[in-house]
Unconditional design. Structure first.
Lengths: 256, 305, 365
């Protein structure tokens, strides 16, 4: 059995009267592709936001690589090695694709004001590295030909892949993708699947929110199902698919 | 104890004026997300128009003169508010927020200096047409004019609340401030609604202008700036976009400022005098925005990731 | 890449060198030309223009690069100026040298910027604008009233007889002799200010195309996404704010030494708005545009002031409209018109022009 990467222990989050997450516990192992599914409003993105420090949980804790994750701010989550993409794509629209990925390198680089002004050899090397790595990542996700186009001018599918490239630039151990296949057609989804498997094979654990059931079931090693903020199932896809509670959550009634 | 009641009364009067102006800011912000920087100048113009009207027709009995002056001021202010929205803000509705803000500053400058050109740089005194009859209450004095100010302000606020809650226009205004796109789909003509918002706010500004100049007996082309800033503080204090908040914030700020001005000498052992009065509003503003940005009764709106 | 608009010059090294030498020569003889052709008062205006360019570039880091709306920037100028006045005048009897005071001014202004920024930079754009406006006013009110019970700032009268700037024991208030050429006082100040302005230009250009510069643009574009990239947005915004403030402090110190007199009146809201407009109208974030804005908004009003009266006299036989009111009226009108028709500024970078042309649309293609 692969070592654990992330343990979520009884995570709760509420907004006023709305209980977005209640005692959600799950375990993600290193090197797996882990799916998080559930009907709309189940709390999947809320879980992402808690994981990456955008929200503070009202209860529970997160253990990342055995250490308590004190991601009280999103940039600390990135530093710890958790990267994410967003449900509604958040790119830097007026920067080029290349520049977007270069920004992703921020967390692993250091040049400050002094370096920026003096452009000493160390800074110059770092800038060249940033540039090179960004180009590599653009190739990796398949948008290298659009490197100098403004991000807001990219096609929808390219934008999603660019966002993944930018997340990869932060050298994450865990890559959390929020509905990366949303709005994609069948062939784009197939390409995405290949990309995600490639990412996993290169040693990065992937956490995936998705609605595309075929993609999830075919791609994920294990799946957790949330409904109304509560985890109702956590197992391999084949088992989850047949779980009556899961079917009821999606279809609103048991299938005899 | 004497000065406490007096300052409370002063604060109530001042606060009523702030509340009327704050309503204009909060309505526009609620509906467009824009700080109408020029609103303070509209108050100033209302004050100037009213003052010169009264000067011109000072022979008339007060009971007729003041309402007429008010009507004249209101007409001018409403026209200005309407024009500003049409010419300067409407084209920039989709622009990044910086553009309308700079435009608002530009209009504020234009109105100030238009007033300077028309009425000169001097301070103008309000003609003594209002009989000053002071009443004693709890050891402090309040004039009939001040009573009127508070009552009229209350009446205007009540009227506005009725408008917003009970009329078709009010419903349309509320819908537009919640979600303009959907409101449009429901058949609301948001251009008209936005124009109406500016016009109503400007009318209230005119009333406030007359009150200021009658109460403090002075009008000056630069008076709108500080007043506008403080009224905006009041709106933020109460919770911007929220009408009840503007009213509450206005009254509260007036009282805070009056008490502060009255007591600051004692509080700081003579180090700071009452000419630091203006600072209170700023400190309140900074304090509210840092510790409770949604204001006293405003909504907390979180950004969706 | 966010570069200057002179793309062709980047590729052709020889043309770039020729242009630089040419501009350098023009800048070197400029004050002598202005001095003899237009007189000393116009040369003073040029010197002030250089100070304002420094201020505009400092504010450009805050507003143009990081997208933080500061409407009380003049407060940092005031801090630098008053510090110089307090440390180099008869007021306290101190006469410290320039090379101590100016860096202290930078540091003090920077600290003021950090203190103001720390609690406020997380506020939404227009709220930040109002808060910084309030701060600017608070500083002015304090400068105006800190003359009792302890006289620190001398209140509305301000502090006068400030020591002029001495460089290496040589005062700039009197003509200098350099390599046989007589350099009058105003010309000497010109070269000093020019050198510092060029330094600030150099620093901002380097910052723009760097890891920090990219982080600022990222924050401006989408703060939440920037955080997800590991950018400590609070600290990076604070960095922009503090740097901008310290540049303002430096310019303030130079101003005090140059003018010899400071009073609260010079540091009012209108000044903050002017500097903001130099950045926004010039071309936000675009260094050549900001310089253009600085020059225009210093020179044009002066030009207007000199001519409005005489023109009215010539046309109407008397002064119909107060020139000062007219000048500000036209300024307000210019603001509105530029925002309506060229919201990206008069000389924006190509990227910024695109930002404004597609409006606020950011989703998909």
């Amino acid at each position: 059995m692969k070592p654990t990467l992330l343990i979520a222990n009884a995570i709760s989050k509420h907004f006023g009267g709305v209980k977005a997450l209640t005692d959600v516990s799950l375990t993600i192992r290193q090197g797996e592709i882990y799916g998080l599914i559930g009907p709309n409003g189940a709390g999947k993105t809320t879980f992402f936001n808690v994981l990456t420090g955008l929200y503070h949980p009202n209860g529970g804790e997160l253990l990342f690589e055995g250490y308590k994750l004190r991601a009280s701010a999103p940039h600390l989550a990135a530093q710890s090695g958790i990267a994410r993409t967003f449900q509604n794509i958040r790119l830097f629209g007026n920067m080029t694709a290349l520049e977007n990925v270069m920004v992703g390198r921020h967390v692993r680089t250091q040049a400050g004001v002094v370096g920026a002004v003096l452009r000493d050899p160390k800074t110059r090397r770092e800038e060249a590295d940033i540039h090179r790595r960004a180009e590599e990542l653009l190739h990796y996700v398949g948008v290298a030909d659009r490197a100098n186009d403004l991000a807001k001018h990219l096609s929808y599918g390219d934008q999603r892949r660019l966002e993944i490239a930018r997340a990869l630039a932060t050298e994450p151990k865990l890559l959390a993708l929020d509905e990366p296949a949303a709005g994609m057609n069948a062939s784009e989804t197939a390409e995405l699947r290949v990309l995600i498997e490639g990412i996993r094979n290169d040693g990065i654990t992937v956490l995936l929110i998705e609605h595309d059931v075929k993609l999830v079931m075919g791609l994920c090693d294990r799946v957790a199902v949330l409904d109304y903020g509560v985890k109702i199932c956590e197992d391999v896809p084949a088992v989850v698919q047949k779980n009556p509670k899961v079917i009821e959550a999606y279809l609103g009634g048991s299938v005899a | 104890m004497d000065i406490f009641v007096q300052q409370i009364i002063n604060g109530l009067v001042l606060g009523s004026i702030y509340a009327l102006v704050a309503l204009g800011y909060t309505m526009v912000y609620g509906i467009m997300g824009l700080i109408n920087f020029a609103h303070g100048e509209v108050v100033m113009i209302g004050a100037m128009v009213a003052l010169f009207f009264v000067k011109a027709f000072s022979g008339l009995p007060v009971v007729i003169l003041l309402p007429l002056a008010l009507a004249a001021a209101a007409c001018v202010c409403m026209a200005i508010g309407f024009t500003i929205e049409r010419i300067a803000y409407r084209p920039l509705r989709r622009a990044p927020k910086l553009a309308p803000l700079i435009t608002a500053i530009g209009i504020s400058i234009i109105l100030q200096h238009l007033a300077m050109l028309i009425w000169g740089r001097n301070y103008h005194a309000f003609p003594p047409v209002i009989p000053s009859s002071a009443h004693e209450i709890f050891g402090a004095t309040i004039t009939s004019l001040q009573v009127f100010i508070v009552l009229i302000a209350a009446a205007m606020m009540a009227g506005l609340t009725l408008l917003i809650q009970r009329t078709r226009l009010g419903r349309a205004m509320r819908a537009t401030s919640q979600n303009p796109a959907i409101a449009q789909l429901m058949g609301v003509n948001i251009n008209q609604v936005i124009s109406a918002t500016f016009v109503i706010g400007s009318a209230l500004a005119a009333v406030a202008g007359l009150m200021v100049t009658a109460n403090y007996s002075i009008a000056h082309y630069y008076m709108g700036f500080m007043l506008g800033l403080k009224a905006f503080t009041a709106a933020v204090l109460g919770g911007i976009g929220n009408l009840a908040g503007a009213m509450l914030g206005g009254i509260l700020l007036g009282i805070i400022e009056s008490l502060g001005a009255g007591y600051i000498g004692d509080l700081t052992g003579g180090f700071l005098g009452s000419h630091y009065q203006d600072i209170f509003a700023f400190f309140v503003l900074i304090g509210v925005l840092i510790f409770r940005p949604s204001g006293l009764i405003g909504e907390r709106v979180a950004e969706r990731a | 890449m966010m570069t200057l608009n002179f793309d062709s010059l980047r590729h052709d090294k020889r043309a770039a060198i020729a242009a630089t030498v040419g501009i350098g020569l023009v800048l070197a003889v400029f004050p002598f030309i202005v001095g003899s052709a237009l007189g000393n008062s116009w040369l003073r205006i040029v010197d002030f223009a250089l100070l304002y360019i420094m201020l505009a570039l400092g504010l450009n880091i805050v507003v143009g690069f990081a997208g933080l709306l500061d409407m009380g920037y003049i407060a940092f100028y005031a801090v630098g100026a008053y510090l110089y006045a307090l440390l180099a005048s008869p007021h306290f009897g101190l006469h410290l040298p320039v090379w101590i005071i100016i860096p202290c001014g930078a540091v003090l202004a920077g600290i003021a910027g950090a203190l103001l920024g720390a609690p406020t930079l997380r506020l939404r754009g227009d709220y930040l604008a109002i808060v910084t406006l309030g701060f600017g006013e608070i500083v002015r009110i304090f400068m105006n009233n800190l003359n009792a019970p302890v006289n620190i700032t001398n209140g509305p009268q301000g502090i006068s007889s400030i020591d002029p700037i001495h460089l290496g024991g040589v005062t700039l208030a009197k003509p200098l002799s350099v390599l046989g050429i007589t350099v009058p006082s105003l010309h000497a100040y010109y070269f000093l200010f020019l050198a510092l302005a060029l330094l600030i230009i150099f620093v901002t250009i380097r910052l723009e195309d760097s890891r920090i510069g990219r982080a600022w643009v990222a924050i401006r574009e989408d703060e939440i996404a920037a955080k997800a990239c590991g950018i400590n947005t609070r600290n990076i915004k604070l960095l922009a704010f503090t740097m901008g403030a310290s540049f303002g402090g430096v310019a303030g110190g130079l101003f005090a030494g140059f003018q010899g007199f400071v009073s609260p009146e010079s540091f009012n809201l209108m000044e903050s708005i002017m500097i903001l407009c130099m950045v926004v109208l010039g071309g936000m974030g675009h260094i050549p545009g900001v310089i253009l804005g600085g020059v225009m908004l210093t020179v044009l009003p002066e030009f207007f002031r000199h001519s409005a009266g005489p023109i009215q006299q010539a046309l109407f036989g008397k002064i119909l409209l107060d020139p000062e009111a007219l000048r500000m009226l036209l300024f307000g009108l210019a603001l509105v018109l530029v925002m309506l028709y060229r919201p990206a500024g008069l000389w924006p970078s190509t990227i910024r022009r695109r930002e404004f042309s597609s409006g606020a649309d950011k989703e998909g293609a």
